[in-house]
Design a protein around this ligand. Sequence first.
Ligand code: IPM
Ligand code: MG
Length: 363
Amino acid sequence: MTHTYKLMILPGDGIGPEVMGEVKKIVAWINEHADFKIETEDGLIGGASYDEFESPFDDSTLERCRAADAIMLGAVGGPKWDGVDYNLRPEAGLLKLRKELDLFANLRPALVFDALIDASTLKPEVIRGLDILIVRELTGGVYFGEPRGIEDLGGGERRGVNTQIYTTSEIKRIGRVAFDLARKRNNRVMSCEKANVMDSGKLWREDMSALHEDEFSDVQLDHMYADNCAMQLLRDPKQFDVIVTDNLFGDLLSDAAAMLTGSLGMLPSASLGAPSATALYEPVHGSAPDIAGQGKANPLATILSFAMCLRYSFDQGDLADKIEQAVQRVLNSGTRTPDIMAKDCREVSTSAMGDALIAELKN
Ligand code: IPM
Ligand code: MG
């Protein structure tokens, strides 16, 4: 009997539905050609969910997510919901999904495709062959720490508070993910925090060192202040293999790393929890409301996220390889969405990019 995987699809807002449309084409292709099947179900998240349920992520959708084998998400947010209460904003829906499924490990690989060397704002020699992996802690830190909120102090004065908190077990469980992945790569981990000014950063550094000594002394571990890491990513990104960092620094550093590759439209991510938990796959880019609905969005980050889904959740590494190679060939052939357009290349729409990829898969 052929195995059927259940994939929950949350297109979200802005360009989310467009880029996810291209993933659905690949799912259809797989269902025709592979020896397993993928059954998909759509759900709402972000502003789209707020408009329907007055909640950015409804409990009924959460339960359907839990029941799936994996989740693909497009993007959330947009100016339409700027006035919405903080805890009902589209972003709050994504944070709820991450927290409820305990998806504490966010893997954000930054890989430079040879064909896209010129799309980067950095010199070719700085980025050629770049292959780094940012492992971002995703369910702790200042994103979730209490107390938080805006307090009225009277007389027109207010106070905004967020709290950075990390415990030893939170630090060690994300550390283990990073060290494990480093063993399958170039065996080096750079741990980033601000141990020079933050107590949570001091604890992070001490716990990472202890974990390294106890369980991973075969892996090279170095520490770097997160601000220095931002600078080093621009100066000499190839010095890194795996970077492990907290939720907020990981958010910043992964955007910086994305741009090394030429476009935010190229960066996939996986958010993993316990081995048995449903995992979430999403592009690193946002909802890009300025280009939504115009067929200009680059679907490759979402398609590469789907390749990660095939690899990590469906155990279909060969097919993931195939999709990644097809992306490479499409780029080599000069097919480009506007964000990565270059001289002598052919500019295509979101949908034509998806079609070009399917054509390569058929080869
Ligand atoms: C990301 C995004 C999110 C984050 C937003 C949309 C909540 O920037 O996934 O990097 O800050 O984590
Ligand atoms: Mg971000």
